[in-house]
Design a protein around this ligand. Structure first.
Ligand SMILES: *Cc1c(COP(=O)(O)O)cnc(C)c1O
Length: 418
């Protein structure tokens, strides 16, 4: 056998062992980072396929390379499925990920130095919505809106006042650590009042939107961006949806504006994910994601944790650990040792620093993919409380980790090698 035909386990045993260990970790722990999920075996097969060998700059039927007859069909299939799912007039599936998708929106509608508006990172917004460390905060004049002190919800009065004061060219509505639904129509009204382009970023919630568990901004916002790997449960990638009138600006911004050749294997994975998201099974999945988050929020609330906004409308819960005298980082690290993987996170108006903030961000998409329901979420809440009540107690962590592994064994995660 030639070297190029050897399986990974023989060609590169060291790397193969690392993948096996990650597989084991994902199989035996509770993955509660809200942006993570388990892509199906079919999605992974497509995303790891020979389609990645191809170079195909351009768009279907308008390529700069020959030999594209199959790639064109793959991309058209992905686009038509995503269009049907979201009811979008135009779809671009080429962005390499969520951040490049957002950059394409800037390039399509703004010039350097223009004023843009987005939710601040500390209120649950994304870096690419104008944060100072991001190119989007460096190359544009970035105005941030936040959440209200009283209820930690986005303050639409503040959004309106800032929009009227600064007249942004582009307004972002989208979140990465915010447990509540967004009022797309209210954002649209404000954007209209000041003549701004409205961009909705549904990176976290696109799976919920497809299933009708979160209202859709498609047809309301001028442009909608999303990752494909969070609740949408596809391969790592990005996509942009818009009305026909913005199609050419968006397509030109992605290629040749920002990127070279599209990642065709990823495109194929997106096509598979879109097929999966069109099923009744996925609808039930998304409904359970939200239900599970509500159960988790209520259970932790009853145990004395401060739940930001008092609950959740989506797939994530933001927990303020202050009442328990544990910091976010200490809490997240203790939970990690117990096999419960989340991330420390700032809470609104956090008196602590982002590197060791007051909160934890916990999500239910991955747990729900492995079939967890109410009963399991109550058990998870109990384990979280046991660990956080004694964050230095390694015996508790070890016991919980074993119990977690037992429950995981009863609910095998999809797409893993067993
Ligand atoms: C995750 C996320 C992104 C960025 O996605 P990457 O694929 O990590 O680049 C952009 N916007 C929001 C709201 C996100 O949650």
């Amino acid at each position: 056998m030639v070297l190029a035909d050897l399986p990974l386990s023989e060609r590169d045993p060291a790397l193969a062992a690392l993948i096996r260990r990650e597989n084991e970790l994902e199989a035996t722990t509770l993955r509660m980072i809200p942006s993570e999920n388990y892509a199906s075996r079919a999605v992974q097969e497509a995303a790891g396929s020979v389609l990645a060998n191809k170079y195909s700059e351009g768009y279907a039927r308008k390529r700069y390379y020959e030999g594209q007859e199959i790639i064109d069909e793959v991309e058209e299939l992905a686009i038509s499925r995503v269009k049907a799912l979201f009811g979008a007039e135009h779809v671009n599936v080429q962005p390499y990920s969520g951040s490049p998708a957002n950059l394409a929106v800037y390039l399509a509608f703004c010039n350097a130095g223009d004023t843009i508006m987005g939710l601040s990172l500390s209120s649950g917004g994304h870096l690419t919505h104008g944060h100072g460390v991001s190119i989007t905060g460096k190359y544009f004049k970035s105005i941030s809106y936040g959440v209200r002190r009283s209820d930690h919800r986005i303050d639409m009065d503040e959004v309106r006042a800032l929009a009227h004061e600064h007249k942004p060219k582009l307004m972002w509505a989208g979140t990465t650590a915010y447990p509540r639904a967004l009022d797309w129509a209210a954002f649209r009204e404000i954007a209209n009042e000041v003549g701004a382009i409205l961009a909705a970023d549904i990176s976290h919630i696109s799976g919920l939107v497809v299933a009708g568990e979160h209202a859709s901004p498609v047809g309301i916002a001028d442009v909608v961006t999303s990752t494909t790997h969070k609740t949408f449960r596809g391969p790592r990638g990005g996509m942009i949806m818009c009305d026909q009138k913005h199609a050419s600006a968006i397509d030109k911004a992605v290629f040749p504006g920002l990127q070279g050749g599209p990642h065709n294997a990823t495109t194929a994975g997106i096509a598979v994910a879109a097929l999966e998201a069109s099923t009744p099974e996925f609808k039930r999945y998304a409904k359970q994601v939200v239900e599970n988050a509500k159960v988790l929020a209520a259970a932790l609330g009853e145990k004395g944790y401060a739940i930001v906004t008092g609950g959740t409308d989506n797939h994530l819960v933001l927990v303020d650990l202050t009442p328990k005298n544990v910091t976010g980082k200490v809490g997240a690290k203790a939970l990690d040792k117990a096999g419960i993987v989340g991330n420390y996170n700032t809470v609104p108006f956090d008196p602590r620093k982002p590197f060791d903030p007051s909160g934890l961000r916990l999500g239910t998409p991955a747990l729900t993919s492995r079939g967890f329901g109410t009963e399991e979420m109550l058990q998870v809440a109990s384990w979280i409380d046991q660990v956080l009540t004694a964050p230095a107690d390694e015996a508790v962590q070890l016991r919980v980790r074993n119990e977690v592994a037992e429950l995981c064994a009863k609910h095998p995660a999809p797409g893993l090698v067993t």
